[in-house]
Unconditional design. Structure first.
Length: 126
Protein backbone atom coordinates (compact mmCIF):
# COMPACT_ATOMS: atom_id res chain seq x y z
CA UNK A 1 0.00 0.00 0.00
CA UNK A 2 1.10 3.59 -0.60
CA UNK A 3 0.15 7.05 0.57
CA UNK A 4 1.63 10.45 -0.21
CA UNK A 5 2.24 12.50 2.91
CA UNK A 6 3.10 16.18 3.25
CA UNK A 7 5.99 15.52 5.65
CA UNK A 8 7.57 12.38 4.16
CA UNK A 9 6.35 12.27 0.55
CA UNK A 10 5.33 8.87 -0.78
CA UNK A 11 5.41 6.08 1.79
CA UNK A 12 4.97 2.42 1.07
CA UNK A 13 3.71 0.28 3.95
CA UNK A 14 2.21 -3.09 4.75
CA UNK A 15 -1.34 -3.33 6.08
CA UNK A 16 -0.02 -4.82 9.34
CA UNK A 17 1.48 -1.37 10.17
CA UNK A 18 -1.94 0.32 10.30
CA UNK A 19 -3.03 1.48 13.75
CA UNK A 20 -6.80 1.51 14.14
CA UNK A 21 -8.56 4.15 16.25
CA UNK A 22 -12.11 2.88 16.71
CA UNK A 23 -13.41 6.33 17.72
CA UNK A 24 -10.89 8.36 15.74
CA UNK A 25 -9.25 11.38 17.38
CA UNK A 26 -11.12 14.34 18.85
CA UNK A 27 -12.22 16.52 15.95
CA UNK A 28 -11.24 13.82 13.46
CA UNK A 29 -13.65 11.05 14.47
CA UNK A 30 -14.18 9.98 10.84
CA UNK A 31 -10.47 9.10 10.42
CA UNK A 32 -9.80 5.66 11.87
CA UNK A 33 -6.59 4.37 10.24
CA UNK A 34 -3.14 5.81 10.89
CA UNK A 35 0.56 5.11 10.53
CA UNK A 36 2.97 5.91 13.34
CA UNK A 37 6.10 7.26 11.65
CA UNK A 38 9.44 8.07 13.22
CA UNK A 39 12.44 9.09 11.17
CA UNK A 40 15.87 8.52 12.65
CA UNK A 41 16.84 12.18 12.61
CA UNK A 42 13.72 13.58 14.32
CA UNK A 43 12.64 14.03 17.90
CA UNK A 44 8.94 13.68 17.05
CA UNK A 45 6.78 10.78 15.99
CA UNK A 46 4.13 11.50 13.37
CA UNK A 47 0.65 9.99 13.42
CA UNK A 48 -0.34 10.17 9.76
CA UNK A 49 -3.87 9.50 8.58
CA UNK A 50 -4.18 6.88 5.87
CA UNK A 51 -7.69 7.97 4.89
CA UNK A 52 -6.57 11.60 4.43
CA UNK A 53 -2.76 11.50 4.12
CA UNK A 54 -2.45 15.29 4.25
CA UNK A 55 -3.46 15.11 7.94
CA UNK A 56 -0.65 14.27 10.36
CA UNK A 57 -0.14 14.93 14.05
CA UNK A 58 3.31 15.42 15.56
CA UNK A 59 3.63 13.44 18.78
CA UNK A 60 6.07 13.20 21.67
CA UNK A 61 6.18 10.42 24.24
CA UNK A 62 4.64 11.66 27.48
CA UNK A 63 7.08 9.76 29.65
CA UNK A 64 9.90 11.84 28.14
CA UNK A 65 8.19 14.89 29.63
CA UNK A 66 6.60 13.53 32.80
CA UNK A 67 8.16 10.46 34.41
CA UNK A 68 5.04 9.77 36.49
CA UNK A 69 2.57 10.37 33.67
CA UNK A 70 -0.49 8.13 34.04
CA UNK A 71 -0.76 5.48 31.37
CA UNK A 72 -2.26 2.15 30.50
CA UNK A 73 0.17 -0.79 30.87
CA UNK A 74 -0.54 -2.10 27.38
CA UNK A 75 -0.44 1.28 25.63
CA UNK A 76 2.27 3.88 25.10
CA UNK A 77 1.08 7.46 25.63
CA UNK A 78 1.88 10.43 23.41
CA UNK A 79 1.06 14.12 23.61
CA UNK A 80 0.00 15.92 20.44
CA UNK A 81 2.43 18.73 19.69
CA UNK A 82 1.30 22.17 18.56
CA UNK A 83 4.19 23.28 16.35
CA UNK A 84 5.40 26.87 16.01
CA UNK A 85 8.29 28.53 14.19
CA UNK A 86 9.43 29.87 17.54
CA UNK A 87 10.65 26.84 19.57
CA UNK A 88 9.65 28.57 22.80
CA UNK A 89 6.04 28.56 21.58
CA UNK A 90 5.91 24.81 20.86
CA UNK A 91 3.47 23.18 23.28
CA UNK A 92 2.26 19.65 23.99
CA UNK A 93 -1.27 18.64 24.92
CA UNK A 94 -0.88 16.44 28.00
CA UNK A 95 -4.57 16.80 28.88
CA UNK A 96 -5.79 14.66 25.95
CA UNK A 97 -3.05 12.14 25.12
CA UNK A 98 -3.09 9.55 22.39
CA UNK A 99 -2.56 5.95 23.50
CA UNK A 100 -1.10 3.40 21.09
CA UNK A 101 -0.58 -0.33 21.43
CA UNK A 102 1.87 -1.13 18.66
CA UNK A 103 1.56 -4.90 19.13
CA UNK A 104 -2.22 -4.96 18.73
CA UNK A 105 -2.26 -1.99 16.32
CA UNK A 106 -4.92 -0.17 18.32
CA UNK A 107 -5.15 3.38 19.56
CA UNK A 108 -7.43 5.76 21.38
CA UNK A 109 -7.46 9.28 22.77
CA UNK A 110 -8.54 10.14 26.29
CA UNK A 111 -9.18 13.40 28.13
CA UNK A 112 -7.74 13.52 31.64
CA UNK A 113 -9.58 15.50 34.26
CA UNK A 114 -6.43 16.07 36.30
CA UNK A 115 -5.30 19.61 37.05
CA UNK A 116 -1.67 18.49 36.98
CA UNK A 117 -1.72 17.96 33.19
CA UNK A 118 -1.60 20.98 30.95
CA UNK A 119 -3.26 21.54 27.61
CA UNK A 120 -0.26 23.71 26.67
CA UNK A 121 2.84 22.16 28.23
CA UNK A 122 5.90 24.09 27.00
CA UNK A 123 8.25 21.69 25.28
CA UNK A 124 11.24 24.04 25.35
CA UNK A 125 12.22 26.59 27.97
CA UNK A 126 14.79 29.38 28.06
Amino acid sequence: MKITTIKFGEIEFDSDKIIFFESGLFGFEQLKKYLLIKSNDEFFYWLNSIDEPEIAFPLVGTRVLEVDYKYDDDFESFGIVNMNRDPLQIVVNLKAPVFINQNEKKGFQKIFDFEEYSLNYSLFRE
